[in-house]
Structure formats: C-alpha cells, structure tokens
Design a binder for this molecule. Structure first.
Ligand SMILES: NC(=O)c1ccc[n+]([C@@H]2O[C@H](COP(=O)([O-])OP(=O)(O)OC[C@H]3O[C@@H](n4cnc5c(N)ncnc54)[C@H](O)[C@@H]3O)[C@@H](O)[C@H]2O)c1
Length: 311
C-alpha cells in the first residue's frame, strides 16, 4: 500500500514515521520538508491511500478529492465539515467508490481501553451506574499560539471528540440515547474554551466527562461504578505507567477483591491503528460505519451551540 501524508505537522510527522516505507509523498503548504504543497500536485497514480493530518477546515476538500479519486482515507479526529450534509456526501462517495474511510480515534487501541471494553462486554459488572472520565493535558499555551487551534468550541471538539468516541466504543449505540449537556465551560487562558465538563445525570447510566488544557501533567482517568464492582483506568501508555484496576464488590460491604494491571510501555496505539486501517483497505468491500462519526458530529455541534448560549 502506497500512502501519502497530507499536513506535515505534529500528527503528520507521527503518521509518516509509522507508515515507514509505505509513505511515498508528503504534502504541506508551509512545512519545507514536504515534497508537495497541495494534494492536487501529487501524481494521482502514485499512491493508494491518504492520511489526512490537516487542521479541521481543509479536511472536507482534501477528503473529497481523495475519495473522488478512489483513494482510501484515514482522517485524524475529529472528522469535521461545515454541515452534516457534507459529512453524508463524503460517506456516500466512499461507498460509491468502494474505498476505506476511517476516522482515527487512536485511543480505541489503548490496551486498558480494550480491557475495559472486554470487561463491560462480559457483563460481570452487572448494572452500570456511573461513568466518570477526565482527559487533561497542559497544552493551553501551545493551543493559544497555534494558527488554528484556539477557535470554535476549543477543548470540547479536540478532547471531547475522543471522549464521545470512547463512550461509544465502550457502551455501544445505547449511548446515542443520552442527552448530554454542558455543565461547565471556562476560558481560563484561551479565546476558545480550555476547560469543559459535559454530563448526563438523568439517564440510568450517569455520565460525566471533563476535559481540560490546563492539566500541567497530562492525565487520563476513568471510573466506572456498577452493581457488582468497579473499574478504573489511570493514565495512558504514552504518559505511563498506566494502570487498570478491577474491584469485585463484597457484600454487604467490605474491602473489594482487587486486580491491578500496570503497564510501563511506549504508546502502541499508532502502529495498531495503522495496521487496522491497512486491513480495512485490503477488504474487497471496506466496511464504513458512519453512524459514530455522524453522532459525534451532531453531539459536538449541539453542545457547542449550547455552550455559546452560555457564553
Ligand atoms: N489523536 C490524537 O491524539 C491527536 C493528537 C494531535 C492532533 N490530532 C489531530 O490531528 C490533526 C492535525 O493536528 P496537528 O496537531 O498535527 O496540527 P498541526 O498544526 O501541528 O499540523 C497541521 C499541518 O497541516 C498543514 N496544512 C494546513 N492546511 C493544509 C492543506 N490544505 N493541505 C495540506 N496541509 C495543510 C499545516 O501547514 C500544518 O503543518 C487535527 O485534526 C488534530 O485534532 C490528533
């Protein structure tokens, strides 16, 4: 598979390294290390797939060009368009041209996220009462200084898209019945929100998700409390060590039986995700599940307008 990387910034360089010798060209209008300035400049028969690592605004035009030319597409989260109709148009184009179209939410390949999914799918936790997520990094200043990042709904679209995707990955389509609202929104240092909490406390499964750019040590936590026990993630491999704790409830009350798995390893998600994308490209009819993208897009749009109302 011959791939090209569009957008040779932080993420593009990472994708280029993972693709290794598969990468036959790079495109960036600003970075002098890129061979081409626009995707249209790259000879169309010289590649099979496109890794889109641009800011959100150019994504639609770049993806549309690639799909129209029957190229497989991996796009960095979030998949962003000006309208939901454009999103649908891209999905139809991918289907019509029988190519893979995948939005990269790399945390699905985080070992403890996969462990959590297995535990939830097994049903041993019984009724799930509550899920609390925290995703924080200390990039407020970098975001403020970036040419494109400190805009729109800020950390909500940036980290909130990851959290929505994670919730969908763990809880499946029933999560789409939830009605999330913004509980708190702050602009501590930036023009766009740099701290947001959204939640749904009215459903049977209570969910609270907090995201911030002001956590000077990058961190992720998840706490799930359920009828028969609880499960907890602390940190990600890239910021490790990261731990997964499963606690089995003791009745009527008492110290639970605890199993802890701690990982000290480099981030495996990028290589695993690339492998997954390659497997999609190899399918004779690549499966395109667009419902998650559509749900994340509409949820973010809805919450962003709610957030503006609160401004
Ligand atoms: N999954 C993750 O953990 C993760 C982490 C960081 C960023 N991202 C996502 O990756 C994407 C890029 O983020 P980044 O941090 O690499 O941004 P960045 O600003 O570092 O890089 C973007 C690059 O795209 C180039 N570019 C702009 N318009 C272009 C166009 N039309 N064609 C080709 N290149 C163009 C810019 O010149 C820049 O070099 C965003 O969607 C972001 O949300 C994901």
């Amino acid at each position: 598979m011959r791939v090209i990387v569009i957008g040779l910034g932080v993420q593009g360089v990472k994708r280029q390294q993972i693709a290794g010798s598969d990468c036959v060209a790079t495109v960036d209008p600003v970075n002098p290390k890129a061979q081409f300035k626009t995707i249209q400049d790259v000879p169309v028969h010289s590649y099979d797939a496109v890794l889109v690592c641009t800011p959100d605004d150019p994504k639609y035009n770049v993806i549309r060009y690639a799909l129209a030319n029957k190229k497989h597409v991996l796009v960095e989260k979030p998949l962003w368009c000006a309208t939901a109709a454009q999103l649908e148009e891209l999905a139809h184009l991918a289907q019509a041209n029988n190519v893979a179209f995948y939005t990269a939410y790399n945390h699905r390949f985080e070992p403890h996220f996969m462990r959590m999914k297995q535990l939830l799918d097994s049903g041993v936790l019984g009724h799930i009462y509550q899920c609390r997520l925290f995703y924080g990094n200390g990039t407020a200043r970098l975001v403020r200084d970036s040419a494109w990042r400190d805009s729109g709904s800020g950390v909500l679209a940036d980290l909130g898209s990851h959290l929505l995707d994670t919730l969908h990955y763990w809880f499946g389509t029933k999560i789409t019945q939830h009605n999330f609202s913004i509980i708190s929104k702050s602009n501590f240092e930036n023009c766009a929100p740099d701290h947001v909490i959204f939640a749904d406390f009215d459903s049977k499964l209570k969910i609270e998700a907090e995201m911030t750019l002001l956590s000077w040590r990058n961190h992720f936590t998840c706490d799930i409390f359920a009828e028969n026990g609880s499960a907890h993630i602390s940190s990600l491999c890239k910021w490790g060590p990261s731990s997964f704790i499963y606690r089995q409830r003791v009745l009527p009350s008492g110290r639970p039986v605890e199993t802890e798995t701690t990982l000290t390893q480099s981030d495996p998600t990028w290589a695993l995700e690339y492998e997954y994308f390659m497997s999609l490209c190899a399918q004779s009819k690549p499966e395109i599940d667009f419902s998650v993208n559509h749900w994340i897009y509409t949820e973010l749009e809805r919450m962003a307008s709610e957030e503006l109302l609160l401004a």
